[in-house]
Ligand binder design. Structure first.
Ligand code: BYC
Length: 324
């Protein structure tokens, strides 16, 4: 072994020991290149999902049925912008630049969650996104608070607290509609019928078709497989659906006393593949809208940069004066 090989072996051993001891890897620590690349991939996708995820709900901001509903929806969308920012900041600790990540998103070189490629046809969709989509996000993200990479794990703590509020506002909205007219109840059921299967697909492909899971679990980035989290979500959601008075659109849904869990049907995995490939109902529109917003915002970024440079120049001049 050369001296360099010995050094790398020692660094690897330390990295493995930190991960095995459930401690955190921090930005300045040595990490394998593939671990860094996996984190950049997942955190960037996650950040993009938060930002693109504002679009389906944003569609209803100008048409919310009351001032209270509008204020709540605005606050939720603002939280999502905040989540995107924490996550881009976490990705930057790995040595990538957020401008470059945004370029990759709008060029179709990086992904975002499949769920945001479905249209929001009625106001009930706003409630169902809160209940099911944020509910699925919570199941997926609570374990990420124990992810081995410190900045990602810490960002997730606050994100999860806010997602819990989002889920409750969605459920409360749906409860209100279910207490309303027959037309409102139908609207809720229709939204549940359209969002149920895409929500199950948020957890990713089935375990036997998930190329990244085994390695990500070995590194303790992911703490559970896609299928484990999907099952957890179904078990959590079925009683909530009963309480709400809606039917989940799956004839195979049945309590399995032996497993102590709900059996459920197979999502249409070919649909997930199509949506991930960019061929879902709203992919083109979502990316185009993101590109336009990025271009429209160029002047804000330029102004902020010019202001920061001016401030830095003034600070330097002051330091020079006080040193004289
Ligand atoms: N959509 O080997 P796999 C939110 C990709 S935002 C698109 O299982 P992995 C919210 C996957 O990336 C919620 N792509 O991958 C915001 C991989 O492709 P690449 C966003 C998907 O990474 C606003 C390939 O398929 N949450 O909550 O081990 C309003 C094979 O998959 C999807 C996160 O981002 C999908 N559904 O597991 C309301 C959570 N599934 O990159 C709510 C963080 C899979 O190899 N991310 N792919 O080309 C994760 O936990 C994991 O990355 C996943 C996938 C479970 C999503």
């Amino acid at each position: 072994m050369t001296a360099t090989e010995t050094d790398v072996a020692a660094l690897e051993a330390r990295f493995d020991a930190v991960v095995a001891a459930e401690q955190r890897i921090e930005p300045r620590d040595w990490m394998p290149d593939a671990y860094r690349a996996t984190l950049v991939r997942q955190i960037a996708q996650h950040a993009h999902s938060e930002i693109i995820g504002m679009q389906p709900e944003g569609n209803w901001l100008t048409r919310a049925p009351s001032l209270r509903r509008k204020a709540t929806l605005l606050a939720k969308a603002q939280d999502e912008a905040g989540h995107g920012l924490y996550l881009y900041a976490a990705a930057e600790t790995l040595g990538v630049d957020r401008a470059e990540l945004t370029e990759k998103l709008v060029d179709g070189r990086q992904k975002y969650s499949s769920i945001f490629n479905y249209p929001t046809l009625t106001f009930a969709d706003v409630g169902v996104i809160g209940w099911l989509v944020d509910g699925a996000a919570i199941c997926n993200q609570v374990p990420l608070c124990r992810c081995s990479y410190g900045p990602y794990a810490r960002a997730m703590v606050r994100v999860c607290k806010e997602e819990s509020f989002h889920q409750r506002q969605g459920y409360e909205l749906l409860m209100t509609m279910m207490r309303g007219t027959t037309a409102q109840r139908r609207m809720v059921q229709d939204a549940v019928d359209r969002w149920w299967w895409p929500s199950l697909m948020m957890f990713g492909p089935p375990d036997d078709d998930s190329p990244n899971t085994a390695r990500s679990m070995g590194w303790r980035i992911k703490r559970h497989t896609n299928d484990e989290l999907r099952q957890r979500f179904v078990d959590m959601t079925v009683p909530q659906a009963e309480h709400l008075g809606v039917t989940l659109p799956d004839p195979a849904l049945a309590w399995n006393a032996e497993r102590g869990s709900w059996d459920f049907g197979e999502p249409d995995w070919s649909e997930l593949k199509q949506v991930i490939k960019g061929q879902g109902p709203c992919n083109a529109q979502r990316v185009e809208r993101r590109r336009a917003a990025h271009e429209d915002g160029a002047w804000v970024r330029e102004a902020a940069l010019a202001y920061a440079q001016k401030q830095a120049g003034q600070r330097q001049a002051e330091q020079k004066r006080s040193a004289q």
